[in-house]
Ligand binder design. Structure first.
Ligand code: HEM
Length: 487
């Protein structure tokens, strides 16, 4: 084809416009968000990194790569791009906001640790409209300490914890017997309900009834809104989430009121009982909102995380028969020595602890946690954190760092004995004042599940080579189809 004299300049003009628009678009976020050089304290600089495209930042690349291979995203976005400047701290534009990403053990400790909490950095959770103004993930300072103390006391109170675990033991036993009858099981579908029911049972002694089913569906609606843009118009996820949140609040208020009215006649001895009766140091009882917001937070934070931990334990055990048999031996021995493993003594099950550590290292539901930069002038070894930006403490970068964990993609529970991680290198439950208050409950219930599982059942994966998708949480793409049978 011959180009006429007028098409060549037109093509050149189009190309020039494309180049200029691309250049301006790539610079737009920097012009909008970067602080002026005079605002950066002397001797400090911003970490290396790109703020990507307007509005979407680096999200397309993040979603596309992280979904299939988080380390591939990490390598492409940071490690290989900033080879000369790799100090484990970068800037990026993710999740709709500009952020500083910290990756090394020391930096994550700096961001999450007690010195900076509530001063340099505050919590990074989204909308109080969805989580509730009294949710411990939102409140700061004295109020945060008070809520954490009271919740932690409630869920580790020995008689309530023992009762919760004994009830769990019964429920796990009957659930697994039902699975064996069904034989062909999808782990994701089954475990989602199991762990939700467990947390409702532990907190307010209700499980598997229509009310809990309704709560499970409202909770899913609420989770949908946490990940959505806050557009409060019918048809949008955020609008639906606000309605689900209201329904959950109404249900919780009526459960709490019922419990208060019944007084000592309703001795359920569950976590709600403890929360209703608890007084803080000034003698104040918790309000309905405080209890509701924190039980809903625990439902949100606790059920998916525990469910995925059990799912991955089962998948990895199916792929590693030697680990399964070592674990089984530990639990058979324990069975012969005790009449139940509800106790919180983790010394009873050293190998199980290693297996759970390794599952949480490789496939944790929380690859990173968020904070917000609250103060002017915050810097770490000369790298500046602009006020108002988010901080993404990238825990997975540590967990998959070959210097900390040799051959990091390999499932090897014994690595925790051979080379125990140093402080900050391993933090599946976070670190510092906001470290997960449910960690003990999550580990105890996972251990209980494993006990019944390995002493009574065997299972195999239908698709042992199923690929893994990492968003929103890591799972095999088939959700974990298994054939489940009694031993
Ligand atoms: C394997 C299971 C679990 C994992 C991996 C996990 C992980 C985490 C992580 C990494 C954080 C820190 C977030 C941050 O620093 O911003 C956290 C906080 C939290 N978790 Fe968990 N969690 C698990 C189970 C649970 C359970 C069972 C409960 C409830 C009983 C729970 C309730 C909470 C709450 C309320 C917070 C907020 C704490 C605060 O802001 O002070 N989690 N969790």
């Amino acid at each position: 084809m011959e180009w006429s004299g007028s098409t060549i300049p037109l093509a050149a003009v189009v190309a020039a416009v494309v180049v200029v628009v691309t250049w301006v678009s790539k610079k737009a976020n920097e012009w909008w968000y970067l602080p002026s050089p005079s605002a950066i304290p002397p001797g400090c600089k911003l970490p290396p990194g790109s703020l990507g495209w307007p509005v979407i930042g680096d999200m397309l690349s993040f979603v596309g790569l992280f979904r299939r291979d988080p380390e591939a995203y990490f390598r492409k976005a940071f490690l290989s791009r900033y080879k000369g400047e790799n100090k484990g701290i970068y800037k990026a534009h993710l999740f709709g906001v500009p952020c500083i990403i910290t990756c090394s053990a020391e930096m994550n400790k700096f961001v999450l640790g007690p010195q900076a909490e509530g001063t340099a950095f505050t919590a990074g959770w989204p909308s109080p409209n969805l989580l509730g103004a009294d949710c411990m993930g939102i409140v700061e300072g004295v109020q945060h300490k008070r809520m954490r103390k009271l919740l932690a006391e409630a869920i580790s109170q020995p008689s309530a914890l023992k009762k919760a675990l004994l009830r769990l033991e019964k429920r796990f036993t009957s659930t697994l017997a039902e699975w064996a009858e069904e034989k062909n099981i999808n782990l994701r579908a089954k475990l989602k309900d199991v762990t939700f029911d467990d947390i409702c049972d532990a907190f307010f002694s209700k499980s598997s009834d229509p009310l809990v089913k309704k709560m499970a569906s409202f909770t899913q609606g609420l989770i949908g809104g946490l990940r959505a843009y806050p557009i409060n118009i019918p048809g949008f996820s955020y609008h639906k989430a606000l309605q689900c949140r209201k329904s959950l609040t109404d249900i919780m208020f009526s459960i709490i009121e019922h419990r208060r009215r019944a007084g000592s006649k309703a001795e359920e001895d569950d976590f709600l009982d403890v929360l209703v009766k608890t007084q803080d140091e000034q003698g104040n009882y918790l309000t309905n909102s405080e209890i509701t917001d924190n039980i809903i937070a625990s439902l949100l934070a606790g059920h998916e995380s525990t469910s995925y931990t059990i799912l991955w334990t089962m998948v990895l055990l199916a792929k590693n028969p030697l680990v399964w048999s070592k674990l089984r031996n530990e639990h058979l021995l324990l069975q012969s020595q005790t009449d139940g493993i509800w106790s919180g003594d983790f010394k009873q099950t050293p190998y199980t602890n290693l297996v759970l550590n390794e599952v949480l290292r490789l496939l944790n539901v929380s690859p990173f946690v968020f904070r917000t930069v609250e103060q002017e002038g915050v810097n770490y070894q000369g790298y500046y954190f602009p006020k108002g930006w988010k901080v993404v403490a990238w825990l997975r970068a540590s967990h998959m760092n070959p210097t900390y964990f040799v051959d990091p993609h390999n499932f090897n529970p014994d690595r925790f004995l051979a080379q125990p991680p140093r402080s900050g290198q391993y933090m599946p439950f976070g670190y510092g004042p906001r470290v997960c208050p449910g960690n003990m409950l999550a580990l105890l219930s996972s251990r209980l599940f494993i006990h019944i599982l390995v002493t009574k059942y065997k299972w195999k994966l239908v698709n042992p080579n199923a690929k893994v998708t990492y968003l929103p949480h890591p799972k095999p793409i088939d959700g974990g189809d298994i054939v489940f049978e009694p031993l």
